[in-house]
Ligand binder design. Structure first.
Ligand code: SF4
Ligand code: SF4
Ligand code: FES
Length: 251
């Protein structure tokens, strides 16, 4: 006989003045190959049509179904119930604006952070649609692609102690995004330009380096390596910026 699963789900609709934050309990019989995505759809279809949560692809691609699953950020569509205990607690991702229940608005957060790091290739070159594509070294293209695999689910942000404490922190995802542009030879920004963007406490120097971000990333993006490289690069840039001023001083 299969298990009966109990789901404790956070409920709150900030746009309804009568709503107050609380937990609701639902029970479901577990079925073969059940994922949290399937369970949530069944709860909404069979038990409570007002339950709010997000999904789109059901395949770990869109990043929409990220939530806190028994205390750990993860994707609902990628979490099999057979790997979970009988009782499952689901909360919305922290840091992001709550839309309702398990649904959060990651879009506004990502747009703000990507604008801050100027997440586009900076170049003076005029685009010539008739010119042949410029070739990029295969190895380098693969390194950039490795970092571009991020699905913007926000799990790394929801797990980050600094992001929880300060809302201006760029988070591992935006720092990883900038690392991608540093690698890209088409981006003509200088070390100082990059330093001005992330060489601060809201950037790489705010990161405590405990690496919860990499632990929860469903795409296994090498965040630890990128944060380490960026920290060394920006520390070096800081020394290069400060040393000439320091040496000019008369003592
Ligand atoms: S290592 Fe840095 S970015 Fe990653 S979770 Fe910790 S503080 Fe956040
Ligand atoms: S770096 Fe990983 S955890 Fe963070 S948003 Fe991208 S895919 Fe999600
Ligand atoms: S529904 Fe797209 S990642 Fe889960």
């Amino acid at each position: 006989m299969g298990r009966t699963l109990t789901f404790n789900i956070f409920r709150y609709n900030p746009s309804d003045p009568a709503s107050a934050p609380h937990m609701d309990k639902f029970t479901l019989d577990e079925t073969e190959r059940m994922t949290l995505f399937i369970a949530l759809n069944r709860i909404r279809e069979e038990l409570d049509p007002t339950l709010m949560f997000d999904f789109c692809c059901r395949a770990g691609i869109c990043g929409a179904c990220a939530m806190v699953i028994n205390g750990r950020p993860g994707l609902a569509c990628h979490t099999k119930t057979k790997e979970m205990p009988d009782e499952i607690t689901l909360m919305p991702l922290p840091v992001f604006k709550l839309v309702g229940d398990l649904s959060v608005d990651t879009g506004v957060w990502f747009r703000t952070m990507y604008q801050k790091i100027e997440s586009w290739v900076h170049t003076d070159k005029k685009f010539d649609p008739t010119a042949q594509e410029e070739r990029m070294d295969n190895g380098l293209a693969e390194q950039i692609y490795e970092l571009d695999r991020c699905i913007e689910c926000g799990c790394c942000v929801g797990a980050c102690g600094t992001a929880l404490m300060r809302e201006d922190f760029l988070g591992a995802v935006a720092l990883n995004r900038l690392a991608r542009f540093i690698l890209d030879p088409r981006d003509q920004r200088t070390e100082k330009d990059y330093f001005d963007v992330v060489g601060t406490d809201e950037g790489i120097f705010g990161c405590m380096g405990l690496l919860a971000c990499e632990d929860v990333c469903p795409k296994q993006i090498p965040l630890q390596e990128q944060l380490g490289k960026l920290r060394r690069k920006m520390a070096l840039a800081a020394v290069k910026n400060i040393l000439p001023k320091f040496l000019k001083k008369d003592f």
